[in-house]
Design a binder for this molecule. Structure first.
Ligand SMILES: Nc1ncnc2c1ncn2[C@@H]1O[C@H](COP(=O)(O)OP(=O)(O)OP(=O)(O)O)[C@@H](O)[C@H]1O
Ligand SMILES: [Mg+2]
Length: 327
C-alpha cells in the first residue's frame, strides 16, 4: 500500500486588503505519493511551496493557513484530523529532519537530556535504558564517540555531527516516513554527500519512506527514486528521477535542467531562469508558466492545462507534454 498520498492539496492564506477574494494560494492542487522504503524528491525554485507541502503533511502549517484536499498515511486521513491525533502521528510515524539542526535541539541542554526525554516519551523505560538506546542510535548514524556527543551542548558539535544527531533523534520513534526539508543545504558539499549516503543506508536498514525537499537537482538525483517538480505552487512534472532528468517532459523542467551546468554529485544549485513567477497566480487565466515558456501558444495563455499521464509512471501539467519522452 502507498505510504503517503497527498491528493489535490491546496493551501490558502488570508491576504488582508488583497484582491482575488482576499486570499493567496501558494500551493494549488498538489498531488504526490511516497511508497514504503522509497524517496520522493520535491524540487523547485524558492517560494514554489515545497516547505508548505511538507508542513501540511506534518500537520504543522501556520495557524492562518487553510488546507484542503487529502493527506493520507496508509490510507488514514490526516488533513483535518484532531491535533492530538496529529501529535501522535508525528511522534510515532512521521519524523522530520530540517535544514538547521541547531533549532531541533535546545541550546541550553546537553544532547543526552534531549535524547532521553524523546526516547522515554516514545518507549517509557528508565533513564539508563534511554541512554543506552541513545548510544545505539548515535552509533547507527556513525557518531561513535557517543559519551562525548551525548555530553555535548549543540554548539559544541559541528554542523555535520548535529545533522547526524538530528537523524538519530528522528529514528528514535522508528518512523515510517521521514520528511527532510533542505536537510543538507547548510552543510558543505562533502559533508552533505556523507549525510545523504547515511540516509540511504538507514533507509535500506529500516525501510522508511522519505519526502525529500530540496532546491538542488543534483542532490535529488543522488538520493531520490521519484521526483515531483513544483512551479509556483503546482506540481508540473512527476516521474522516476532518472527518466525525468534525462528526458524532461515539461518545459519548466527542461529549462531548469538547461540552467544547471551539471547535475552531478556536487549538485549545483538551481540557476534562476529568465522572467518571473506571476505576482498574482490567481489572476492568471491559462498556464502559470506561460509567461516564461518558450513553447507557449495561445491555448496556454487562455486555458489552464490538466495533468497528462505519460508512459512509465510519469505525468506533466502541460498542453504540449510530449508523450514520446517516456516511450
Ligand atoms: N505564513 C505564511 N503566510 C502567507 N504566505 C506564506 C506563509 N508561509 C509561506 N507563504 C508563502 O508561500 C509560498 C511558498 O512558501 P514555501 O516556504 O513553501 O516555499 P519553498 O518552496 O519552501 O521555498 P524555499 O526554497 O525558499 O524554502 C511563498 O511564496 C510564501 O510567501
Ligand atoms: Mg522551503
Amino acid at each position: 500500500m502507498t505510504l503517503l498520498t497527498v491528493e489535490d492539496l491546496t493551501i490558502e492564506f488570508p491576504r488582508p486588503g488583497g484582491r482575488s477574494g482576499g486570499t493567496t494560494r501558494p500551493v494549488r492542487g498538489v498531488t504526490l505519493t511516497v511508497e514504503p522504503g522509497q524517496t520522493l524528491g520535491v524540487v523547485g525554485e524558492t517560494g514554489c511551496g515545497k516547505t508548505l507541502t511538507g508542513l501540511a503533511v506534518l500537520g504543522l502549517l501556520p495557524p492562518a493557513a487553510r488546507a484542503r484536499g487529502s493527506i493520507r498515511l496508509d490510507g488514514r486521513e490526516l488533513l483535518g484530523a484532531p491535533p492530538s491525533q496529529l501529535r501522535a502521528v508525528r511522534g510515532a510515524e512521521i519524523a522530520m529532519v530540517f535544514q538547521n539542526p541547531a533549532t531541533a535541539f535546545d541550546p541550553v541542554r546537553p544532547l543526552r537530556t534531549q535524547f532521553e526525554r524523546v526516547i522515554r516519551r516514545h518507549r517509557g523505560g528508565s533513564r539508563e535504558q534511554a541512554g543506552a538506546r541513545a548510544a545505539k542510535l548515535l552509533a547507527e548514524v556513525e557518531l561513535h564517540d557517543t559519551d562525548r556527543v551525548l555530553g555535548s551542548y549543540p554548539h559544541q558539535l559541528s554542523g555535520g555531527m548535529l545533522q547526524r544527531a538530528m537523524i538519530a533523534l528522528a529514528l528514535s520513534c522508528e518512523p515510517r516516513l521521514i520528511i527532510a526539508d533542505e536537510s543538507t543545504s547548510a552543510l558543505d558539499v562533502t559533508v552533505a554527500q556523507q549525510v545523504r549516503r547515511l540516509l540511504l543506508r538507514l533507509q535500506h536498514a529500516h525501510g522508511f519512506g522519505v519526502l525529500f525537499v530540496t532546491h538542488n537537482l543534483g542532490e535529488a538525483r543522488d538520493l531520490c527514486d521519484r521526483v515531483a517538480v513544483l512551479y509556483a505552487g503546482e506540481v508540473v512534472e512527476t516521474g522516476p528521477v532518472e527518466e525525468v532528468f534525462t528526458a524532461p517532459a515539461h518545459p519548466y523542467t527542461k529549462a531548469l535542467l538547461a540552467a544547471v551546468p551539471t547535475v552531478d554529485d556536487d549538485g549545483a544549485p538551481l540557476a534562476s531562469l529568465p522572467g518571473e513567477v506571476p505576482a498574482d497566480v490567481l489572476a492568471v487565466t491559462g498556464c502559470v508558466f506561460a509567461n516564461r515558456c518558450p513553447q507557449a501558444e495561445d491555448l496556454c495563455r487562455s486555458t489552464p492545462p490538466a495533468a497528462h499521464t505519460l508512459p512509465g509512471g510519469r505525468s506533466a501539467l502541460c498542453h504540449f507534454a510530449d508523450p514520446e519522452v517516456a516511450a
